[in-house]
Ligand binder design. Sequence first.
Ligand SMILES: *Cc1c(COP(=O)(O)O)cnc(C)c1O
Length: 245
Amino acid sequence: MPTSSPRVLPSADELVRNVGAVRGRIAAAAARAGRDANEVTLVAVSKTVPLDYLRSVEAVAGFTDLGENRVQEAAPKVDALGQAGPPIAWHLIGHLQRNKAVAAVGLFALIHSVDSRDLAASIDRYAGNAGKRQRVLFQVNVAGEESKSGFAPDALRAVAPELAALGRLCPEGLMTIAPLGADERELRAIFRSLRALRDELAPAFPGAAWRRLSMGMTDDYEVAVEEGATLVRVGRAIFGQRPAL
Ligand SMILES: *Cc1c(COP(=O)(O)O)cnc(C)c1O
C-alpha cells in the first residue's frame, strides 16, 4: 500500500522555471505546426494547490490564467488572488452541477465544462439575473468514454441551435479531455476531431470568438498545440504531482 506523503510544492524559483519550461514547449510545438504561440493561452491548473502557497508565489509566477475544477475550492482563491499583479482570469474546467451554476457565473471568466443543454440554460438564466454574459465552452466526449461527461458529437450537433439561442451565453468553442494513457496517434485523432467539430459548428455560433479549443494537459499539451489548441490546461508540470486522493 502506498502511504500518503505530504505534498511537496515547488519553491518560487522552481515554479518560475516550470512555467518557463512549459511556455517554451508550447512555443516549440506552435512553431512545429506553423502557428503563432500567442494564440495559445496557458491555463495553470491550481486545483488542490493551497491558497497560501498561491498567494506567496503569485507576484513572481505572473499568473494570468488559473484553472480550478470545483466551485467551492475556487471561491476563496478568486477572492484573494490577483492583488499582487494583474488581475487573473479564472477558468472552470471541472464538471459543474446545476445547483452551483449561480456561484460559477459570479466567479469564472470562462467555463470550459458545459456538458448539457440544461446546464447551459441554467448558466444563461443566472448570467441574465446578474446582468452579464457568460463566456463558455462546450465539453465534448470525443472518445465516447463511459466515465467522462461531455456532449457526444451528435448530441451537440442536435442541440446547437438551442444553445445558440441562449442570449446570455457567449459560446466560444469546445473543450475535451483525452483518455488517460492514449498513445500519440489516438491523441492526435481526438484533438483533430474536436477541431473539425468546432469548424463544422462555426455557422451555428456566428460569434466572433467561436474559435477556441481547450485541449491538452500535462501529458499531452504539446500534441494538442500541434493540433490547434488555443487553451491548454496544465497542472502537474507547473505545480508538481498532486497528492493521491
Ligand atoms: C486536473 C485537470 C487538468 C490538469 O491536469 P494535469 O495532468 O495536472 O496537467 C486539466 N484539465 C482538467 C479537466 C483537469 O481536471
